[in-house]
Design a protein around this ligand. Structure first.
Ligand code: FAD
Ligand code: MLT
Ligand code: ZN
Length: 466
């Protein structure tokens, strides 16, 4: 192994290789501190050529590679697992961001660029990259693409996939494939970039991306509304779609319990009370007249009786304060100790029955556990997290099976936006039809015949045989 490490040092230089256990530690545990693993070294290449050469050496010596961006993933995808000799390949030194093209609506960024920074660069020239999530101050472009991240603006703008015009990737044998063409239309052959979007590092390393921008909007209205039940929330979604549909950029759900956690754990105060559920509604537009449209819609909403209480932000500062309530839910949950994350999507009309059945099952199975429900109602994605409290750890599998079995019955997905990582791999295997498993494993074997990319994550391979 010493000659392998010497080879890596020659390729990456002293700044590009970490072998000291204390310095490696932050790269070997995930954001939730739920998973940890071991690695021979952490690689921090400075450019694509170094990524390529390092991967070539790993392939030659049979060492597996765990790609890592900002390490904010919620499925353990960036943490080494299992006994195979492996290295973590961090993109944290590859952070260059190109000058945006404001008319062609394109920006180029290296994979390690932080999402928030890319958004700021786009905003400086009046353009917008509308991928928004609470982790955007640490999450990287490579990680966002590799997880096909969602976030709070999906109902208007789509997921990360919808913003990727081109990719540069390094394959598991070290080959660099450059697809950085700023084209909206390109049907010349397979659109292979889609294999890498949402692949969770199982097919290769994303080293750079060309991202689609949209014109910046000049007006935004943000409201926090309290409603009694989910049916009222869904009816309101319909009302907003009818009245101001194309401007609706977020329609987020927060349970009263989740909001209370934000208040008690993070010290924030909600200006709205009453109701079992809260809705964070945002509309944006470049045209004048947005606030009049939102106000008129809110008046109708109150007159229907579906809204118990509510507030419309009068200033940008108030808008940000309302958003902070939503953005702190994950942090508040993390401060409550161990929790199980269930990141599900299902048709909106099935959500009420689905949550009732989980609540009922949980009461019998784990009375000390508390549900922490919130999410992206506007695009059908709920986070049905369970804070374990004094629940015996041995109950975790049964709780997760309860949620996922109900989701399967409702025709939903067990991973709407966070991916499988190592967290949901077994559940995906349990609930996925044989033909789909075979197809996915076949693609994995074709892309990564030596199974060196991110073993044990995202797709089953020789390291976790079926
Ligand atoms: P990492 O965590 O480092 O890696 C994630 C996965 O991508 C791993 O499998 C890793 O191997 C792979 N990977 C990383 N970089 C590369 C690369 N360059 N090439 C190939 N593979 C790579 N997610 C949402 O979708 N929506 C949300 O609303 C949301 N909110 C969040 C809020 C909080 C507070 C936190 C902590 C997380 C949230 N997440 C959310 C999850 C997370 O932020 C996203 O999954 C994000 O896309 C991960 O980016 P990252 O750079 O941190 O990736
Ligand atoms: C969010 O929407 O805030 C995250 O994706 C959810 C989570 O922390 O479970
Ligand atoms: Zn989410």
């Amino acid at each position: 192994m010493q000659s392998f490490l010497d080879g890596l040092r020659r390729i990456l230089g002293p700044a590009g290789l970490i072998t000291d256990p204390a310095d490696m530690a932050p790269y070997l545990t995930d954001w939730r501190r739920m998973f940890s693993g071991t690695a021979l070294a952490v690689l921090r290449p400075a450019n694509t050529d170094q990524v390529s050469e390092a991967i070539r050496l790993c392939a030659q010596d049979g060492v597996a590679i765990v790609p890592q961006g900002g390490n904010t993933g919620l499925a353990g995808g960036a943490t080494p697992m299992g006994p195979a000799p492996q290295v973590v390949l961090s993109l944290s030194r590859m952070t260059a961001i190109g000058t945006p093209d404001p008319i062609g609506l394109v920006i180029e960024a290296q994979a390690g660029a932080i999402l928030q920074r890319v958004k700021e660069v786009a905003a400086d020239c009046g353009r917008q990259l509308p991928i928004s999530l609470a982790a955007e101050g640490s999450a990287t472009i490579g990680g966002i693409i590799a997880t096909n991240a969602g976030g709070v603006n999906v109902l208007r703008y789509g997921m990360a996939r919808d913003f990727v015009l081109g990719l540069e990737v390094v394959l598991p044998d070290g080959t660099v494939v450059n697809g950085l063409k700023p084209l909206r239309k390109d049907n010349a052959g397979f659109d292979w970039k889609h294999l890498f979007i949402g692949s969770e590092g199982a097919f290769g390393i994303v080293t750079a991306a060309l991202l689609r921008l949209v014109p910046a909007t000049r007006h935004r209205s943000v409201a926090l509304l309290a409603v009694q039940d989910l049916q009222a929330a869904i009816r309101l979604l319909g009302l907003f779609q009818d009245r101001i549909g194309e401007t609706l950029s977020a329609f987020e759900l927060i349970s009263a319990d989740a909001l209370r956690l934000v208040e008690t754990q993070c010290g924030l105060v909600a200006p709205v009370t009453g109701g079992n559920w809260f809705l964070l509604v945002e509309a944006v537009s470049s045209l004048d007249g947005l606030s009049a449209g939102v106000e008129a819609t809110l008046e109708t909403a109150f007159s229907t009786g579906w809204v118990q209480d509510g507030t419309l932000a009068a200033t940008e500062q108030q808008a940000q304060a309302l958003w902070a309530l939503r953005e702190h839910v994950t942090e508040a949950e993390a401060r409550c100790g161990k929790s199980l994350k269930h990141d599900v999507s299902l048709p909106v009309w099935g959500m009420g029955d689905f949550l009732d059945s989980i609540q009922e099952g949980l009461a019998g199975m784990a009375p000390a556990a508390r549900m922490n429900v919130f999410g992206h109602l506007g695009d059908g994605n709920l986070h049905v997290n369970v804070i374990l409290g004094d629940t015996p750890a041995a109950c975790a599998t049964d709780i997760t099976r309860l949620v996922h079995d109900q989701i399967a019955t409702a025709g939903g997905s067990i991973s709407a936006e966070h991916g499988l990582g190592q967290y949901r791999l077994e559940e995906w295997r349990r609930l996925t039809p044989e033909a789909v498993l075979d197809l996915c494993i076949g693609i994995k074997r074709a892309m990564d015949p030596k199974a060196l990319m991110n073993p044990g994550k995202a797709i089953l391979g020789p390291f976790s045989p079926r």
